[in-house]
Design a protein around this ligand. Structure first.
Ligand code: ADP
Ligand code: GLC
Length: 491
């Protein structure tokens, strides 16, 4: 059987800042269920070292531009059979907090060096005779792994490479000066390689040199070929569109299902739907809001950044608050959004609850306790929170984009009649379009039988990982059985 090495900068439960952590925490486990040997490699952040017991040093690598040798530690996923390797370079990864940001929420100033070391270590290890687990394919994820394909591309005998775009908006772009300090091949500084408007782009390394590209939904796979969603890279992607596929993420129903969620007040399923009300009361208590299970509660869980359309919600709130509703927020991100939310919460203490934090337990509490899940994203490569919301009978209101288009069926009259509807979608990126969608939802909420039917249809949807893992399995199979030569003669 093939060996697949999954290179990622986060994986639940070791370390997580967003959806990539969820994906990397479950996809390798599902791949192992399909019979593949699927290992994971990630940087040795302190949290990873704490979670993984009995770590053993299996290799020591001397890398260019690094003063100390890098240690490779081996452990095993706590909840799966998968081996995990950590790239231990204390100068780069042994620091508190977020993998990408310092305590002030700014990018770590040495991110270029940190993730160059990570990529160099993965590429070196994969070809090192010292390593007794030679992968047939390296599955790279997002810009933090973007240098792995160009490091490997020129080698005669090497693993195949797959690069998955989870979010094209985060590109890992750094200055010429940083490029020079990293001692990377000078040929990389070319528009046909990693140069990007006089800077170096890590994600471009993956996009240009990986043997195959995927992204996390079929709609986003099409959107990123256009200037509107291409973030300046749509031309590069159009050039590779024959080797780009969209594979929809799944939801990990072991962790995200109200039938057995240990984090929620009261468990429920379609047959005891009324238990959801206890979760609503618990949520209202948690946020210090008046407890009233007849009020519609709208919830938001996500990064407080423009992508998620948080400003659209802020724009719609003044008019929305005229309605008898409550809105709860869980998120952290840009300071201006955090401040705006906190101000609103103090002005409307009976209607708005805000938690500026990263709180895994509360994320489950919002999914279980809210009636409506707000996700007005400007763009959304896949989105996992709407999948969780569906399973919790929390009806999503979302913009019709990316993975949201692929997973939510709008509650038009016809779709409602045919019991296909699962949420409310809208097109224009504006507070008023969002407001209209929310008002449609509130009108439906007032008709409790119809609402219940809508929520139960959502709960019955199945976005399990099995289907997505099988699609990756088939793609790996195709890639490892092909001979890839480096077509791009830049390197
Ligand atoms: P993205 O990866 O763009 O942030 P996704 O919807 O794919 O969006 O995944 C977000 C993941 O991060 C979900 O598991 C969600 O519950 C979680 N999450 C986001 N913000 C928070 C937060 N403040 N506290 C806890 N979990 C969060
Ligand atoms: C990214 C995207 C999100 C996607 C996640 C996992 O963070 O923003 O839409 O669900 O990656 O693929």
């Amino acid at each position: 059987m093939y060996k697949i090495l999954f290179a990622t900068s986060e994986a639940h439960p070791l370390i997580k800042t967003g959806g990539l952590g969820d994906v990397a925490g479950i996809l390798p486990i599902e791949l192992a269920r399909l019979g593949l040997e699927a290992g994971i490699i990630l940087p040795a952040y302190p949290a990873c070292k704490t979670h993984l017991k009995n770590l053993k040093e299996v290799a020591r690598l001397r890398l260019p531009a690094a003063l100390e040798p890098v240690r490779i530690l081996k452990g095993q996923l706590p909840e799966g059979p998968n081996p995990v390797w950590l790239v231990d370079s204390p100068a780069h990864f042994d620091r508190p907090g977020n993998p990408y940001l310092n305590e002030q929420g700014q990018d770590w100033p040495d991110n270029a060096a940190r993730f160059t070391t990570f990529c160099r270590a993965v590429a070196t290890l994969a070809n090192s005779p010292e390593f007794d687990w030679q992968p047939d394919l390296i599955h790279c994820n997002d810009w933090q792994t973007g240098l792995i394909p160009p490091f490997l591309a020129p080698l005669r005998s090497r693993p195949a490479t797959l690069f998955t775009i989870h979010n094209l908006a985060y590109q890992g772009v750094f200055s010429r000066q940083q490029f020079d300090a990293l001692e990377l091949p000078s040929a990389w500084w070319s528009p046909a390689a990693l140069e990007f408007y006089n800077q170096i782009s890590f994600i471009k390394g993956g996009l240009v040199f990986a043997d195959w590209l995927t992204t996390v939904s079929p709609t986003y796979a099409k959107e990123i070929l256009t200037p509107e969603f291409g973030c300046g890279l749509d031309g590069v992607l159009r050039g590779r569109s024959k080797r780009l596929t969209g594979i929809l993420n799944g939801a990990d129903y072991q962790r995200w299902d109200p039938r057995h969620d240990p984090f929620i007040e009261k468990r429920y399923d379609q047959t005891c739907w009324s238990h959801k009300a206890s979760n609503k009361l618990a949520l209202q208590r948690r946020y210090g809001l008046p407890e009233d299970d007849t009020l519609p509660v709208l919830g938001f869980v996500g990064r407080l950044v423009e992508q998620k359309g948080i400003d659209l919600i802020l724009g719609a709130l003044p008019k929305l608050l005229a309605e008898k509703i409550q809105v709860v927020f869980l998120g952290e991100g840009e300071e201006r959004h955090q401040n705006a939310l906190q101000q609103l919460a103090s002005r409307y203490p009976n209607q708005i609850g805000v938690s500026i934090s990263y709180d895994e337990r509360l994320a489950h509490g919002v999914q279980a306790g809210a009636d409506i899940f707000l996700m007005p994203s400007r763009f959304e490569p896949c989105g996992l929170t709407q999948l969780y919301a569906l399973r919790y009978g929390t009806v999503p209101i979302a913009r019709r984009t990316g993975g949201l288009s692929d997973t939510i069926v709008d509650a038009t009259e016809k779709n409602l009649r045919q019991e296909l509807a699962t949420g409310f979608t809208f097109t224009e990126s504006s507070p008023s379009a969002l407001l209209t969608a929310i008002q449609r939802a509130l009108a439906c909420y007032a008709q409790s039988r119809q609402w219940r039917r809508l929520a139960l249809t959502g709960m019955a949807q199945n976005f399990s990982w099995q289907t997505s893992a099988k699609a990756y399995f088939d793609l790996y199979q195709q890639l490892v059985s092909q001979e890839f030569s480096c077509k791009n003669n830049v390197l």
